[in-house]
Ligand binder design. Structure first.
Ligand code: GLU
Length: 487
């Protein structure tokens, strides 16, 4: 059996779109499942779209998520170069060969002539297609024009009649009327190929099979097959992947900040969670498993589980899954990841942040939620006395004031400010007063945090804040309650 060789062939746009990441992942999995090779090829023939540093973004992202390629521009390989802009001589050679074989022709039409054709098409409401003006030039005419230095391109010579079919592993057999395909440009006047030529030449020379790519290429695949046929090359298997959408009919867009891998990674989604979620966007393992490591994906992946319909990107599902990945981290791992966010929230260095991490880990879905969750520890937020009144805890303004005042008295006597001593002091007080736990703990926690919802309870928060800050905050709470009662 021939070796399975797949390639991911991004255009360097400066970011890796979630749909692109998914294509890369499936392409990788298909190769690895079959013990084959996974290649990276950079498709940068559209130099107008050149973005500085864009190829590094691709290398770095693929490496970060563990989609390691076996051949590619940065590591080389037997079929290089793997950057299309460095392969110009190859395309020129094959474009000329294609002309000789009758699959393409030189076109000398001027920009003015083409603009005019386009204008006419617009006026008569037709799709623009080249009219074949240069298609039947004789060999001699071509020679003369080439000699006289008129700029030229090479166009594909599409049969005027008949149909072209191809088979896609997912979408089945697709047939198009040749009359619907125009004689598109294969090699531009600057010697750069278009995608239409480059993809065929490269996939053939790099021995790619199957070809895996987005379904936006489905409709032009017949063109590519005509080129394979003109060269007499073996046509690869095709696997076209359905798009990833935000909702039916709406794409994920870079502008909305939810389209690229980095948009998510930089917000504090874990790379493992992103990959896991992306794997399930349009693929199902055939059972109800949801959590996969990369190794497990390689094991479980089968193109039979791919879906033809567009995949809907469900941010809530990703959030949930990310939360599950965060819960599975060790406390130390989580702590390392949380530290920059504690810094962002302005937490004092001397705070027992490991204790904080143990409180925050289970409540975090995305790391960038952490500052809002913990910033009350850096600064007491403004709050209303009404927060002290909590039906379920059986607290009122009156009993909150009473119990908070007593709590302040006993806390002033606590000698070593540890979780254990604070626990003992407050529970002794609760026993002495004969009240519910919540009737002391609720007002203490509200006064210490100024927030209805906090990670951790009263005792943990007091421990984190330390004696001085705790006492300052509890006194503020007491004043607030006193004022509220006078009103
Ligand atoms: N360079 C193409 C793109 O970024 C990919 C085409 C392919 O995979 O064949 O859309």
């Amino acid at each position: 059996m021939k070796e399975i060789r797949t390639r991911f062939a991004p255009s360097p746009t400066g970011y890796l779109h979630i749909g692109g990441l998914r294509t890369a992942l499936y392409t990788y999995l298909i190769a690895k499942k079959n013990k084959g090779k996974f290649l990276l090829r950079i498709e940068d023939t559209d130099q107008d779209r050149y973005v500085e540093g864009a190829t590094e973004v691709i290398y770095n992202t693929l490496r970060l998520v563990g989609l390691n390629h076996d051949e590619g521009p940065d590591i080389g390989g037997p079929y290089g170069p793997y950057i299309q802009s460095e392969r110009k001589p190859v395309y020129l050679k094959y474009a000329k060969e294609l002309v000789e074989k009758g699959g393409a022709y030189y076109c000398f039409c001027s920009k003015e002539r083409l603009d005019q054709l386009r204008d006419e098409a617009v006026k008569s409401n037709k799709a623009f297609g080249y009219d074949g003006h240069c298609r039947e030039l004789s060999g001699q005419e071509v020679e003369e024009k080439l000699k006289s230095g008129i700029p030229w391109v090479i166009r594909q010579k599409i049969p005027r009649t008949g149909t072209t079919s191809f088979h896609d592993e997912l979408f089945g057999t697709i047939t198009v009327e040749n009359s619907t395909l125009d004689d598109g440009i294969l090699l531009k006047s600057d010697g750069m190929p278009t995608y239409n030529l480059a993809n065929v030449i490269d996939d053939h020379l790099m021995k790619i099979n199957p070809v895996v790519r987005g379904s936006e290429y489905l409709s032009s695949t017949p063109r590519y097959n005509l080129i394979y046929e003109a060269f007499g090359w073996e046509i690869p298997k095709y696997i076209h992947l359905s798009p990833v959408m935000r909702e039916p009919g709406k794409k994920l867009s870079k502008r909305d900040g939810d389209a690229s891998f980095d948009d998510f990674y930089s917000k504090g989604y874990l790379k493992e969670a992103i990959i896991n979620y992306v794997a399930l966007l349009g693929w199902s393992p055939g059972d109800d498993r949801e959590f996969f490591t990369m190794e497990e994906l390689v094991e479980a992946f089968d193109i039979k589980g791919l879906s033809k319909s567009p995949a809907i990107f469900d941010i809530n599902k990703l959030r949930w899954m990310n939360g599950e990945y965060i819960k599975k981290l060790s406390l130390e791992e989580f702590h390392e990841m949380a530290l920059p966010y504690y810094r962002e929230a302005g937490l004092p260095e001397e705070m027992n942040l490991m204790l904080l991490s143990s409180l925050v880990q289970g409540r975090t879905e995305v790391l960038n939620e952490i500052p809002a969750m913990v910033s009350f520890l850096a600064e007491l937020p403004e709050y209303e006395a009404a927060l002290f009144v909590h039906k379920k805890s059986r607290t009122t303004l009156e009993n909150s004031l009473e119990n908070l005042a007593k709590a302040i008295e006993v806390l002033e006597q606590v000698e070593d400010w540890t979780e254990d001593s604070l626990h003992k002091a407050l529970f002794d007080l609760i026993a002495e007063l004969g009240v519910r736990n919540s009737q002391v703990l609720w007002p203490v926690r509200i006064a210490a945090s100024g927030k209805l919802v906090t990670p951790g309870g009263a005792i943990e928060i007091l421990t984190l804040l330390g004696r001085e800050e705790t006492m300052r905050r509890l006194r503020i709470g007491r004043e607030l309650l006193q004022k509220a009662q006078k009103e």
